[in-house]
Design a protein around this ligand. Structure first.
Ligand SMILES: NC(=O)c1ccc[n+]([C@@H]2O[C@H](COP(=O)([O-])OP(=O)(O)OC[C@H]3O[C@@H](n4cnc5c(N)ncnc54)[C@H](OP(=O)(O)O)[C@@H]3O)[C@@H](O)[C@H]2O)c1
Length: 275
């Protein structure tokens, strides 16, 4: 009988981590969550908390909060990867962002680490509309964001979790970079339209300038570092560089990625968007 050491899931209560946790549970694989509220506290802002979280873990899923592009993010990933390898963690899976230069710099820490590494480089998550920064807009019937006309191949966090779980638990994924996207390019207006249809509500996308967007976030008391992150994503990551679909989901899983309609139907059925 193979005895498996636990897998550390950093941000294991988050959008992708919680889904990976559910899959590991179903597989009967031991895991532990690394976050500020976990039993074994892991805080990216407190390096003294890292060793206890990773000690004894055979593999780690690394997500950064709120995004690896915030100041200090790449250094933190680099330092964590070194520590994890020193402490005997042999397999590392990193959630990266498509088209983000800092995320690609962080990937280098894994690639040079000596561990078995896999990079999952994700497009924008569909779940941003139901579990993250666009939820309030959807509930209010109006999603205002500076992304007029840009298309994005939104990816389902369920697909990301399938790829990550496979990379954490099975052979054959070491040394691979999986660019994971959904099956089609969509504008924000189209995405919000699908959500309206699935939720049976009138919800519209409103294109705004970056300046107006920032002013609205400030008025809503959104923290400055979070505003900077959203502006970076709108100005740089959504400048057209990611207007293509990629085959990471089918390369890793041998099946097509889930469509936005499937996501919207399931999210609507969960009740997250109201009646
Ligand atoms: N959203 C997208 O469209 C998108 C696209 C591509 C890549 N990404 C990448 O995805 C990553 C985030 O992954 P995710 O969306 O699955 O996670 P998430 O939902 O943002 O993760 C939230 C979790 O992080 C924990 N957390 C918050 N602050 C922390 C800290 N200081 N130290 C440790 N844990 C902390 C929280 O738990 P506690 O409250 O218990 O600490 C929470 O459960 C980012 O690096 C982002 O760049 C996102």
């Amino acid at each position: 009988m193979t005895i498996h050491r636990p897998i550390l899931l950093i941000g294991g209560g988050g959008k992708t981590g919680s889904r990976v946790a559910r899959r590991l549970e179903a597989l009967g694989r031991p895991f532990r969550i690394g976050s500020r509220s976990a039993t074994r506290v892991f805080d990216w802002k407190d390096r003294d908390s890292w060793a206890a979280a990773v000690d004894g873990a055979q593999a780690a899923y690394i997500t950064y909060y709120p995004d690896v592009t915030v100041p200090g993010g790449v250094d933190d990933i680099d330092a964590f990867v070194r520590l994890a390898v020193d402490r005997g963690c042999r397999r590392l899976v990193f959630l990266s962002g498509r088209g983000e230069e800092d995320a690609e710099r962080a990937e280098q820490a894994l690639i040079g680490s000596g561990a078995e590494w896999t990079v999952v480089r994700a497009a924008w998550f569909m779940q941003n509309f139901s579990e993250s920064f666009f939820l309030d807009g959807v509930l209010a019937g109006e999603v205002a964001f500076p992304a007029d006309g840009v298309t994005e191949p939104f990816v389902d966090a369920e697909d990301i979790a399938d790829v990550v779980t496979m990379a954490l638990t099975q052979q054959g994924h070491a040394g691979k970079i999986y660019d994971v996207t959904g099956p089609r390019l969509m504008t924000f207006a189209e995405a919000v339209g699908e959500i309206g249809k699935a939720a049976g509500r009138d919800i519209r996308y409103v294109p705004v300038t970056v300046e107006d967007y920032v002013a609205a976030l400030k008025e809503a008391d959104v923290p400055e570092h979070y505003i900077q992150l959203l502006v970076y994503l709108a100005r740089e990551v959504l400048d057209g560089r990611n207007e293509s679909v990629a085959d990471g989901v089918s390369r890793a899983l041998g099946r097509k990625p889930r469509d936005f309609c499937d996501y919207a139907r399931d999210a609507a059925a969960s009740g997250v968007w109201g009646a």
